[in-house]
Design a protein around this ligand. Sequence first.
Ligand code: 3NM
Length: 221
Amino acid sequence: MARIASGEMKERLAVYFIMGSQNSERPAADVLKEALDGGVTLFQFREKGPGALKGADKEELARQLQHLCRAYGVPFIVNDDVELALAIDADGVHVGQDDEDARRVREKIGDKILGVSAHNVEEAMAAVEAGANYLGVGPIYPTSSKEDAKEAQGPDVLRRLREAGITIPIVAIGGITAANAKTVVEAGADGVSVISAIASAPSPKAAAAALAEAVRAARTR
Ligand code: 3NM
């Protein structure tokens, strides 16, 4: 796989859905299928927190969700598990600041997509140096989907990163909904990353479509 071009990455980040089995009472594959029907452009398998699957069960669910993503032509990213990503030939890996070092991950995954969580200019610059294809920046708004989330930063953090000269693709995360998606894209994000706005929605399909429309409208302004 050739390393993804920045422009293509920005397009792919429009509606970035993140989910693990712990994020919905419903089967993860059902939720993901509906979300893909609604227009999700990138997916991250994040099997983390209380009740998360491990070992063979985790790999089995990963393969099932990856199969779905492939059917829709949507890249499949694995959160913080390089071995799993390599075992199933995922399209990429996402790591946070407390996970495996981004530079080491880049060495292991070659040209696969590398996403890194960054909370400030210093972390963002280090991630770019390490070879990140995109940055996940958050939490922008309060979130209840991540136990150890930092304090919400507001959309201004996106503006600060852009003003500091960070040009690589950025996806905003944390408490994002169709109602505030426009604000974060206008502040400098290329797209939005969500768990609950889709996984907890009565209709994941309608929720994904609403997010896609909000991002599209904000981008063309
Ligand atoms: N990472 P929701 S916030 C997985 O700030 C994750 O890095 C965050 O879930 C960060 O869309 C978060 O339900 C949870 O708020 C996002």
